[in-house]
Design a protein around this ligand. Structure first.
Ligand SMILES: [Zn+2]
Length: 294
């Protein structure tokens, strides 16, 4: 049995399954993210309960970041202060014993899942970006999430702000980085309403689409992802995905000799194939890989 943990800022989702078919129908248990000690205690108890009489052979963790994945810990720069330095490996081992643990960011895990089973299936380079209360992004190349000295942190890219945008930006580190300008809280700060409560034709979405178009154009210039997958709550706004495709094409101005980033033919910029299931599926795949490499 392989356990999967998708740890987000507000909730942790847990599931346990023998294989992907079983995972698709396995129950998801949701635990509120509070302090690390009690959250991990509940996560471990939930995994043990879901595993029942079988034994847990590996665990995959798709965690909010930034993450020092080789050490297994959450970086000291995370805005979630109580979680700074939390080591997933030792914390889980304390409750569940020594089992192989695969760990990556929630968005790298989602990129892995989309590249394995979702909208990026069979593609060489797959980028996954979620636009919600924050903006995060992961990248999978040849079926593996990429790491340099760290994992991708696409949400904090610096992009050119529009001249008529007078909002200062909401990122606590950078002010007007991409997340500061285009995530859900930036929409709320400008309009007084959440993205899902606004008319999809509200002018704020023109700004958001423009900024996300800059992100997609930058990613196209760096990696030319075969699929660039955009998910998250803000992307649920009707028409926004098409708007981002147009903004990307405008930014690139016809420079790239490929069709997925122009307005001709099928777009490389697509919605997630796994919907909200990408994170937990990615966590399970990380667990399976840890099991195979044990
Ligand atoms: Zn930032």
């Amino acid at each position: 049995m392989i356990g999967a943990i998708e740890a987000g800022g507000t909730k942790v989702v847990c599931a346990v399954a023998n294989d992907l078919e079983a995972l698709a129908i396995a129950p998801r248990r949701r635990i509120p993210t509070t302090d690390p000690r009690s959250t991990i205690e509940r996560v471990a108890a939930t995994l043990a309960e879901l595993t029942g009489d079988e034994s847990l052979e590996a665990i995959g963790v798709a965690s909010f970041g930034p993450l020092l994945a080789t050490r297994g810990s959450i970086a000291p720069t995370t805005p979630k202060i109580a979680w700074r330095g939390l080591n997933w490996r030792t914390a889980l081992a304390e409750h569940l014993g020594q089992v192989p643990i695969g760990l990556d960011t929630d968005t790298n895990a989602a990129a892995l899942a989309e590249a394995s089973l979702g909208a990026g299936r069979g593609e060489e380079v797959v980028a996954y970006v979620t636009v919600g209360t924050g903006i995060g992004g992961g990248i999978a190349v040849a079926g593996r999430p990429i790491h340099g000295a760290l994992h991708p942190e696409l949400g904090h890219l610096r992009i050119r702000r529009r001249a008529d945008d007078d909002y200062a930006g909401g990122c606590p580190h950078h002010g007007d980085c991409l997340e500061g300008l285009a995530a859900g809280p930036a929409v709320h700060a400008r309009t007084g309403a959440s993205a899902e409560d606004l008319d999809p034709d509200h002018p704020v979405f023109d700004l958001v689409a423009g900024y996300l178009g800059s992100l997609c154009a930058n990613l196209a210039l760096v990696l030319a992802p075969n699929r660039l997958i955009l998910g998250g709550g803000v992307m649920g706004t009707p028409g926004l995905l098409d708007h981002v495709r147009r903004a990307t094409a405008v930014e690139l101005a016809g420079y790239l000799p490929i069709s997925g980033y122009s307005l001709d033919g099928p777009s490389a910029i697509v919605a997630p194939g796994l919907g909200a299931d990408a994170g937990i599926t990615g966590a399970w795949l990380l667990g399976r890989r840890a099991f195979e490499q044990r």
